[in-house]
Design a protein. Structure first.
Length: 341
C-alpha cells in the first residue's frame, strides 16, 4: 500500500490521508525525502485491540536504534508501520529508503545496496552510491528480506556485524550510518529451521519483532479504513450502505488491506450514485472463507495464486501485486503449477 492512511490520535471523527512523494524505478528501490514526511502526530488507522498493540510496540521501539523485524502477510501494512517508526524516531529528519529484495537478482541487489566505483564492472562508467549510503542518517527498509539469496545474506550479515562496507570495486571502507528495518511475509523462524535463511542474520535482524495481524483478525478496523479509502477515491459524497459494510466485515480478505483498497477503488468507479451497495463490491464470501484443508506448501501456494487470479479476473499484474510478489515471480509460479493458460 503506497499511501499511508493515518488519523490523529483522539480524533475518531476525522481521518487524514497522506500520500508520500515516492520515486520508484525499475530497481525495486523506493525513497522518500524528509520534506515529504507526514506530521509526527499521525498514526496508521485502526481501533482494534490488535492494531493498537502494533502501534504501541512500534512507538516504543521507534525511540531506539534497535533493528526491527516486521512479520505479516502480504498487504497487511508492513511498510506503513516501518514509515511510522521512521517518523517517530530520532532519525525522522533523515531519508527512508525501501528495497524490495525479491524484485532484484543477486548481483543487482549487491550493486544497489553497496554502490560501485568506476570500472567495477562492464558499464560502470561513473561511481554510484548504494542505497545504504543514500539512507545515511535515516532508515533502510528491507522488504521481503527472506528472498535474499544465501550469498546476499552473508554479505549483509557482515555489514551489520562490522558496521561498514565497501562499494563494488572500492578499497575504502564506508561506515554504516543507518537504522535497518526488515519485513517478511513468511515465518522467519520456520525459514531458519528449513535452512532457507541464515540463523545468524535472523538474530541480527530480529532484535525487536512486531507481528502485523491480517485484516481478518482485526475486522473492527474495516469500517474506518473503508471510509478513508472512499474519501480518497470518491470524496465525501459517496458512502457505504449497511449491507456493503456487512459484506466487507464478513469477507476474509486474503489480500488484506491492499485488497480492501483495490475493492473500494473499483466500487467507487462502478457505482453511479452516492451509495455503494454490496453488489458493487464483487466479493465472493463463500470463496473467501472456504478453508484450505491441505498442509502441503505447494498446494497452498497454488490455491492462493488461483484465488488471487479469480478475484482480479485474470489480471496478472494485479494478481502479483495482491500476492505481494513480482510479475516475474508470478509467471514462474504459473509455469510451475501449469496455470499459464
Amino acid at each position: 500500500m503506497n499511501a499511508l492512511h493515518a488519523a490523529r490520535p483522539g480524533d475518531s471523527q476525522r481521518h487524514a490521508v497522506w500520500t508520500p512523494s515516492i520515486s520508484e524505478g525499475l530497481t525495486g528501490c523506493r525513497s522518500i525525502s524528509p520534506i515529504d514526511d507526514a506530521p509526527e502526530t499521525e498514526v496508521p488507522i485502526g481501533t482494534s485491540h490488535m492494531w493498537r498493540e502494533v502501534i504501541r510496540r512500534a512507538t516504543r521501539v521507534a525511540a531506539t536504534e534497535a533493528t526491527t523485524c516486521l512479520q505479516g502477510e502480504s498487504g497487511t501494512g508492513k511498510e506503513v508501520i516501518a514509515r511510522f517508526i521512521h517518523r517517530r524516531s530520532p532519525r525522522r529528519h533523515g531519508p527512508f529508503i525501501a528495497i524490495n529484495c525479491a524484485a532484484l537478482p543477486e548481483q543487482l541487489l549487491e550493486s544497489e545496496l553497496f554502490g560501485f566505483e568506476r570500472g567495477a564492472f562492464t558499464g560502470a562508467q561513473q561511481p554510484k552510491p548504494g542505497q545504504i549510503e543514500l539512507a545515511a542518517g535515516g532508515v533502510l527498509f528491507l522488504d521481503e528480506v527472506t528472498e535474499m539469496t544465501p550469498a546476499a545474506q552473508a554479505k549483509f550479515l557482515r555489514v551489520l556485524q562490522e558496521r561498514e562496507f565497501l562499494r563494488l570495486g572500492g578499497t575504502r571502507p564506508v561506515r554504516l550510518n543507518v537504522r535497518v528495518i526488515a519485513a517478511t511475509n513468511r515465518n522467519l523462524h520456520e525459514a531458519v529451521e528449513r535452512g532457507q535463511f541464515r540463523a545468524d542474520l535472523y538474530y541480527r535482524l530480529n532484535v525487536f519483532d512486531i507481528r502485523i495481524p491480517p485484516l481478518r483478525e482485526r475486522r473492527d478496523d474495516i469500517p474506518p479504513l473503508s471510509a478513508t479509502f472512499l474519501r480518497e477515491f470518491a470524496g465525501a459524497t459517496t458512502e457505504l450502505t449497511p449491507a456493503a459494510i456487512e459484506s466487507l466485515c464478513r469477507y476474509d480478505w486474503p489480500g488484506n488491506v491492499r485488497e480492501l483498497r483495490n475493492v473500494l477503488e473499483r466500487a467507487a468507479i462502478v457505482c453511479d450514485g452516492p451509495f455503494i451497495d454490496a453488489e458493487h463490491l464483487s466479493l465472493s464470501i463463500d470463496a473467501a472463507v472456504a478453508p484450505l484443508i491441505s498442509t502441503d506448501l505447494g498446494v497452498l501456494e497454488r490455491q492462493a495464486i488461483e484465488q488471487a487470479l479469480r478475484e482480479v479476473r485474470g489480471n496478472k499484474v494485479r494478481a502479483a501485486r495482491q500476492l505481494g510478489i513480482t510479475r516475474t515471480q508470478l509467471y514462474s509460479r504459473l509455469k510451475k503449477y501449469g496455470l499459464e493458460s
